[in-house]
Design a protein around this ligand. Structure first.
Ligand SMILES: [Zn+2]
Ligand SMILES: [Zn+2]
Ligand SMILES: [Zn+2]
Length: 56
């Protein structure tokens, strides 16, 4: 069984019940789905730094 991981480049979050599907890829949250275009934080509170990476 394959684990579903967020398609955001630097995000290591698993897809949970808040997963967002976009362009055939799964993202863990709306922020990731929008590639943090507006600096939305990653919904995961586990210290994920994908927002920083995407914004820089
Ligand atoms: Zn993340
Ligand atoms: Zn994510
Ligand atoms: Zn992200």
């Amino acid at each position: 069984m394959q684990e579903k991981k967020c398609a955001c480049q630097d995000c290591n979050c698993q897809l949970g019940e808040t997963a967002v599907m976009k362009d055939g890829k799964g993202y863990c949250c709306q922020g990731c789905a929008e590639h943090h275009a507006h600096g939305e934080p990653c919904a995961s509170a586990t210290g994920c730094e994908c927002t920083k990476s995407a914004h820089g």
